[in-house]
Design a protein. Structure first.
Length: 429
């Protein structure tokens, strides 16, 4: 009779001094001994799982990186995560629009009160805007500028990078100071350098403003000039009639629905019966579209990589079935020595899970190596600051998939081995 790991396991089961050990621990020890005794078979069994898990980890890391990159682009170039609160200055009576005589006006105190309510989940911007003509002393060119009257808090917007000077402060707001912070394109019409524009005077509409700061180039939109909200009305008679709009900007796109509910609750408490005269608008349709797009990408790519995992699991099952045929007599000897069906089943399940687990660990390493080697190629071809994102969730998913695949595809071989009768197994040639 050929020697192998099963007689060793049989002897361990038969020894009286090991009877105190639980049967499952003996089955685990026998399974690990089999894998060590057949390194080539173990390596071939593991190969499919390595490739499958490597593909899964690579896709998850690339998908998370793409989601992070897309989110950064969305938040820096659009207002998807913004909630607009605006006063309705008119109402409809029948088929006629009538101007309200005393509409509610949003104030800086309202903005700070709402920001306190929502906490760190977002920031509040109170502003009013108007397009005016900007004139530079000594220059007859006509320059269009979008004047934004706002609060000093707007300087916390990461898209507003200060190149020179300062942003206006609370003292400027309280005094209604005629000071302005120009976006780079407007400042370039005043001076060739950002620092040279600071301290100069410009005409914004009907009022003169002193430049106290210069911002970097805006990524999109018209060239803007920022002034204290209390000085905004001086730029034109039309601007003086405009009521400020409150923008609540969420930290993440996914937080918009919950944040909107808190904003609606605050408005109801703050304005009571007049809350109906304030409109709340979001880009929730586009938010849902962006969320669905990212989810579909993950599901599709996950399904594709799932095929690789299934193929790896089938490989594990095939190798175990072949192993059962080769070791049938050994299984019979072990069962004749007192091993129960459950012991044999646990042994083969342990082999399957061990193969899958070992393959998943190697697959995680291989997948991460491929992703980080591929990322520079993406950056060079697209000129985009793309970085793969590796999270503990991705690693946990890969390991969990390995355990599930080991159990699912190891169950049939394990049950087939467990159902063998000792007599038939020992007589097997």
């Amino acid at each position: 009779m050929r020697a192998g790991p099963y007689p060793t396991g049989m002897n361990r089961v038969s020894k009286g001094r090991d009877r105190r050990r639980p049967h499952w621990s003996l089955s685990v020890a026998a399974a690990l001994g089999t894998l060590r005794a057949n390194p080539l078979l173990t390596a071939l069994s593991t190969l499919g799982m390595i490739i499958g898990v490597a593909a899964l980890v690579a896709i998850l890391a690339l998908g998370d990186g793409m989601e992070q990159f897309a989110r950064e682009q969305i938040e820096s170039t659009t207002d998807l995560q913004a909630i607009s609160v605006q006063t309705q200055t008119t109402e409809r009576l029948g088929d006629v629009l009538i101007r309200r005589t005393d509409p509610p006006v949003l104030t800086p105190a309202d903005a700070r009160g709402l920001e306190t309510r929502i906490g760190e989940g977002g920031r509040v911007v109170l502003s009013a805007s108007a397009g005016v003509e900007m004139r530079v002393p000594g220059d007859d060119a006509r320059i269009g500028a979008l004047v934004r009257g706002t609060l000093p808090d707007v300087s916390r917007d990461g898209r507003l990078a200060l190149e020179a000077g300062r942003f206006f402060n609370d003292a400027d707001l309280a005094a209604g100071a005629a000071v302005a912070v120009l976006e780079g394109r407007l400042a370039a019409r005043v001076s060739s350098s950002p620092s040279g524009a600071v301290g100069r005077q410009v005409q914004l509409g009907t009022a003169a403003f002193e430049i106290v700061g210069v911002l970097g180039e805006a990524a999109r939109g018209p060239a803007a000039a920022y002034v204290p909200l209390t000085a905004f009305g001086a730029v034109s008679p039309t601007a003086a009639e405009r009521l400020p709009t409150m923008m609540v900007v969420a930290e993440r796109v996914e937080d918009v629905p919950a944040l909107r509910a808190r904003v609606e609750s605050w408005i109801q408490e703050r304005f009571g019966a007049r809350a109906a005269q304030l409109s709340i608008a979001t880009n929730e349709a586009r938010v849902d579209q962006a969320r669905r797009g990212i989810l579909i990408f993950k599901l599709v790519m996950g399904a594709i990589t799932g095929i690789s995992i299934v193929v790896g699991g089938i490989g594990v099952m095939n190798v175990l079935l072949v192993s059962i045929v080769q070791r049938t007599r050994e299984i019979g000897i072990r069962k004749a020595s007192g091993a129960r069906r459950r012991d044999v089943a646990i042994q083969f399940l342990t082999e399957s899970v061990t193969i899958s687990g070992f393959g998943s660990v190697l697959g995680v390493v291989l997948g991460l190596a491929v992703v980080f080697a591929f990322a520079p190629v993406v950056r060079s071809l697209t000129n985009a600051p793309f970085q793969p994102a590796v999270t503990w969730v991705s690693v946990a998913v890969a390991l969990a998939v390995a355990v599930v695949v080991g159990i699912v595809f190891g169950t049939y071989p394990a049950m087939r081995a467990a159902r063998l009768t000792p007599v038939e197994a020992i007589r097997h040639e």
